[in-house]
Design a protein around this ligand. Sequence first.
Ligand SMILES: Cc1cc2nc3c(=O)[nH]c(=O)nc-3n(C[C@H](O)[C@H](O)[C@H](O)COP(=O)(O)OP(=O)(O)OC[C@H]3O[C@@H](n4cnc5c(N)ncnc54)[C@H](O)[C@@H]3O)c2cc1C
Length: 467
Amino acid sequence: MGADQGIEQVFDTLPEDQRAGMMELLDGLGQQGITQVSQRSREQILRNVALSGPEAAAGVATLVGLTLFITYGAPDPATGKNLNWEVFGYPGPTAASASAPKTIAPLAPEGDELELEADVCIVGSGAGGGVIAGSLAQQGLKVCVVEAAGYYNESDFDQLELSAYEKMYWRGGPQPTADFNVTVYAGAGLGGGTVINWTNCLRTRPWVREQWAREHGLEGVDGPDFDRHLDAIFERLSVNDRCSDLNGPHQRMKEGADRLGWSFQTILRNADESCYDPASAAYIGFGDVSGSKLSTQRTYLQDAFDAGADIVVRCAVERVLVENGRAAGVEGTWTDPESGRSARVTVRAPQIVVAAGSLESPALLLRSGIGGPAVGLGALDNWSSDAFATTPDGSVIVGNTSSASGTSRVCTLKISTRPFCVGRPTVICRSNRPGRSKAGSRTSGRFVAASTITKSVCVKPSISLRI
Ligand SMILES: Cc1cc2nc3c(=O)[nH]c(=O)nc-3n(C[C@H](O)[C@H](O)[C@H](O)COP(=O)(O)OP(=O)(O)OC[C@H]3O[C@@H](n4cnc5c(N)ncnc54)[C@H](O)[C@@H]3O)c2cc1C
């Protein structure tokens, strides 16, 4: 499979200390004779080494993760397919990249420096930054959006997992937390997470809005004004329930729900019906080649650009400038990945919006000395865990227990999967309401395959940020 060469290439990109650590681990495994023993013994050696300490555990987890990733994800350059895909019936990419013009023209520094002025500077162009940019620019404000990652559209999407991770995901793909209990994903690029997300659109639940108002003192979020904002966003994103199809496993889930008398709803999605293509829908986590996904790149950021906003991509903002106790601008470094050329970018603006996502916004504030000890407190994550079951006809049901209500916190979930017997598919539905970690509620209308969340343990896994 060439996984060994792939891993070598990845190691070459690591910072020197991490690379040295991984080489030391490989030497240690070699000394234990890992290449000469049976598979069972090899697995035992890995387990023993991982138990010897947190650093060794981190190294083994990285090695195993990378090996699996490359073995199952990397395509053979000759065929464009991975040999394993045929074994489990995965077709690989089914559509080629589309020829789609890039309709936003980002500014690029010509020399070593770029200085811009704006009424509002927005750091990050995802779900939050994009909507704010489009709305403010259309109201006549001079807006500047600064985005750390690149600009990718349908002409770049290739339905391949590894290249999507590399280009459009935070830190190049799934990142384990320090305790390895949780894997974190986020999007990165013009449009942020909205370019690679799954487009499920849920109105913020009333209990979440009440919590925001009650616990965080946010005004206007628990009343009708907020509903009007949600309506406006749903309209701009053409949110509808007509761009979802039930595949075999979904059908089984629906049948199970019908038999149990449970409600079943088709998810709402921000998708353009005129070009929606069910065949490419399963790949939208790698970008949507059909062009149906209405990301902020294709909606609000386009609105912002059309209304005269300046947009800079590949510019990581390092700090918010503070003058006389007030935010006065931002500065960062722009880099051209092709040539390696870099430039200083300064945007001066009296209003700064930090919308760099829940992972990088706290890091930017800390680097800037803003916010004090409150920064990052109460960070919430949208967790999901998969569970698998097989049905008598051989379908595999993959259930995703996503915290779709947006109320979850970063927790380790102890999941006890029931023994799955062929012929006994079970479907349960769980509520994501705070305080309810037991399966069985019918209120949320989301289905997961048979898994019971028995206990949630908040161990607060940590994610290391670059400050
Ligand atoms: C695989 C996946 C599937 C998902 N599916 C759904 C779904 O179906 N429905 C749903 O509602 N949500 C979904 N989400 C979550 C949703 O996409 C995010 O909640 C949302 O995008 C967060 O918006 P944001 O603006 O906070 O951050 P993001 O959209 O993450 O945008 C932050 C942007 O800031 C940039 N940035 C970071 N640091 C800097 C810096 N220093 N300088 C400049 N720019 C910076 C990043 O590159 C990024 O582009 C999914 C997420 C993922 C990863």
